[in-house]
Design a protein around this ligand. Structure first.
Ligand code: F6R
Length: 241
C-alpha cells in the first residue's frame, strides 16, 4: 500500500481531502463510499473548503454511506445519515446524489440486498474507511468473513463503548446492531483510502499493514487490494517499522 504519514491530525485531514478532491476533479461522476465517526471530521471540513476554493462540482457525483445503526432513521441526530448531512452534504451545492442504508427499514435484510445491488450497479470508484481499535472496517467486526456482503451485524461491546460518546456516554444506549457494507463489498471499490489518527489506533494500523491477513483483524484484508492508501498522523503510525 501507499502510506502517507502526516505531522498532525489537521495535515492528515488535508492530505486525504486533497486526494478526494483530485479524484472528483478528474471524474465528476465519481462514486464514493464514505465513513462517519470522529476521524474523518477534519477531512470533511477540508473537503468543503476545497470545494468552495476551487468551485468543485459535486452535482454528478454519488455518495454511499458505509453503515448505519439498526433502528435509527435519517431524522435521528445520532444516525450516520444525519452526520453526513451535517458535516458534508448540506455544505455542497449542488449536492451529490446520496444513498444510505435505512436503519429503520421494515425488512433490514431486504434493505441490505437493495443496497448491495445499488453498489454493484453504480460501481464504486473510491471507498474511504476509518478503522476501529479492534481493526474493524465499516461495522465488520473481528471474525467477519472476508466474503461477507451488506448485512445486519451485532456490534462488539468494545465498539459500543468506543461510540458511547455520541449516546450520552452510555454504552448501553448505543444500538446493539447495525447495517454495514460487507468486506467483499468494500474490496470491490477500485481504490481505497484508510484514515487513522491517534495512538489508540496504532496497534490496529500496524497489524493491518504488517500482520497476518486474518479475519480476527478485518482491516488486514486490505493487504489483498492493489490500490490502498493509508492516511495516518504520527501517533497512529507509531508502531510501523
Ligand atoms: C463509521 C465506520 C467505522 C469507523 C471506525 C472508527 O462509518 O464505519 O468503521 O470508521 O469505528 O471510528 P472513529 O473515527 O470514530 O474512531
Amino acid at each position: 500500500p501507499r502510506i502517507r504519514i502526516a505531522d498532525s491530525y489537521e495535515a492528515m485531514s488535508a492530505a486525504a481531502a486533497e486526494a478526494i478532491a483530485r479524484r472528483l476533479a478528474a471524474r465528476p461522476s465519481l462514486r464514493l463510499a464514505l465513513p462517519t465517526g470522529h476521524t474523518p471530521l477534519g477531512m470533511y471540513r477540508r473537503l468543503v473548503e476545497i470545494t468552495r476554493r476551487e468551485a468543485l462540482s459535486w452535482g454528478r457525483a454519488r455518495i454511499f454511506l458505509l453503515d448505519e445503526y439498526l433502528g435509527l432513521g435519517a431524522e435521528d441526530p445520532r444516525s450516520f445519515r444525519r452526520y453526513m448531512e451535517e458535516h458534508l452534504l448540506r455544505h455542497l451545492d449542488p449536492a451529490p446524489a446520496v444513498d444510505a442504508l435505512d436503519g429503520r427499514a421494515a425488512d433490514p435484510a431486504a434493505e441490505c440486498a437493495r443496497y448491495e445491488e445499488a453498489l454493484a450497479r453504480e460501481g464504486i470508484d473510491l471507498v474511504v474507511l476509518g478503522i476501529g481499535r479492534n481493526g474493524h472496517i465499516g461495522f465488520n467486526e473481528p471474525g467477519s468473513p472476508f466474503d461477507s456482503r451488506t448485512r445486519v451485524v451485532t456490534l462488539t461491546a468494545e465498539t459500543r463503548r468506543a461510540n458511547a460518546r455520541d449516546f450520552g456516554g452510555d454504552p448501553d444506549a448505543v444500538p446493539p446492531r447495525a447495517l454495514t457494507v460487507g468486506i467483499a463489498t468494500i474490496l470491490e471499490g477500485r481504490e481505497i483510502f484508510v484514515l487513522a489518527a491517534g495512538q489508540a489506533k496504532a496497534p490496529a494500523v500496524a497489524r493491518a499493514i504488517h500482520g497476518p491477513v486474518d479475519p480476527s483483524l478485518p482491516a488486514s484484508v486490505l493487504q489483498r487490494h492493489p490500490q490502498v492508501t493509508w492516511f495516518l498522523d504520527r501517533e497512529a503510525a507509531r508502531l510501523l517499522d
